[in-house]
Design a protein around this ligand. Sequence first.
Ligand code: MGP
Length: 225
Amino acid sequence: MSSFENVLLTPWPDCVTTSVPTQPEKENRDICIPKVVSPEAYIKHPLQNKWALWFFKNDKSKTWQANLRLISKFDTVEDFWALYNHIQLSSNLMSGCDYSLFKDGIKPMWEDDRNRRGGRWLITLSKQQRKSDLDRFWLETLLCLVGEAFDDFSDDVCGAVINVRTKGDKIAVWTTNYENKEAITHIGRVVKERLGVPPKVIIGYQSHADTATKSGSTTKNKFVA
Ligand code: MGP
């Protein structure tokens, strides 16, 4: 037995068996070379937060809260894409449906403790934008959330909602406190930039308290970007 054969661990749980040409006059001999597998190959890439995806289907015989269903939770990049690729694009949903992506533990409703004093940056889309912009705006919003794109202010973000509506679809990023001016201004700037909303298009931030108690069709803006 050569000294080389002595250092080979056999059987090796994870190795590649290969034929190595030895001296020409001898036949090829099988040896086992330990394969070094990088952790990158089998460890999923963790996200900073765990997220929950919710679905809302408008059934008028039920209350608003009863129409809201949790689809699934994830906390890795791979599981995010697995879920994203498994569900319908927003533009294929029936009118009246919503998706919401919120941090685990925060319900996608005004009543949650982390939303009660909060508000939302609202992007309203024209009917034509369902075809051209809706799905890519929503995906970019999701990537901003799971990728923690809001620098020091990502903690202020609670989640995002997409409303598919005949009158015009909406995408909103919800934050936790409408008094946190610095956080809200920064988040609004990032959303506008990442979605590629032209500078001349103004987006508004409204408190949930105002939205929940509005009387007309519009809610006054607390901030604009
Ligand atoms: P919506 O689904 O956010 O917008 O709110 P839509 O359908 O475009 O309607 P519009 O009023 O903005 O033109 C529709 C209705 O759903 C609200 O008026 C509430 O009755 C209910 N609703 C929406 N949200 C986000 C909540 C919530 O967080 N809590 C409760 N209790 N009801 C809500």
